[in-house]
Design a protein around this ligand. Structure first.
Ligand code: ZN
Length: 132
């Protein structure tokens, strides 16, 4: 299982992009709003593993509280898997809590699903379905 990306919450993509672009180069695609996700994201990095910058789209965004209490920073780690539903079922079968019981549409047209941070010692884990 490879690390697909590391999610970093920022207050503003506009403000954060120049900093991260100096390190990783220009994003390969324009920033996009995740359908129903309350966030706008941009992916950077040309290797197998990317950095996902995550900006809340409003005060009810799932990352607004994280931003308010921690001021942004590393938010989640995402693993590439062949089957998101199966990865989530495996976590649950081992007694781990889930945020998503099934995969749902995520950024870059890929299906994603989140385990609960309690399932991985306080780390928010995302599964991203690899393109077939
Ligand atoms: Zn992510």
């Amino acid at each position: 299982m490879k690390v697909d990306h590391v999610g970093i919450v920022v207050a503003s993509l506009h403000d954060a992009l120049p900093l991260w672009t100096r390190l990783l180069g220009e994003p390969s695609a324009p920033a996009e709003e995740v359908p129903g996700g309350g966030v706008r994201v941009a992916f950077l990095g040309s290797g197998e593993t990317h950095v996902e910058l995550v900006e809340p789209t409003g005060p009810d965004s799932p990352v607004s509280k994280f931003l308010a209490t921690r001021g942004g920073g590393i938010h989640h780690i995402a693993f590439g898997v062949p089957d998101v539903d199966r990865a989530l079922r495996d976590v649950e079968a081992r007694g781990g809590r889930l945020i998503d019981r099934r995969g749902r549409p995520g950024a870059r047209g890929r299906r994603v699903g989140f385990a609960h941070p309690l399932a991985f010692g306080g780390v928010l884990v995302e599964f991203v379905e690899e393109p077939r």
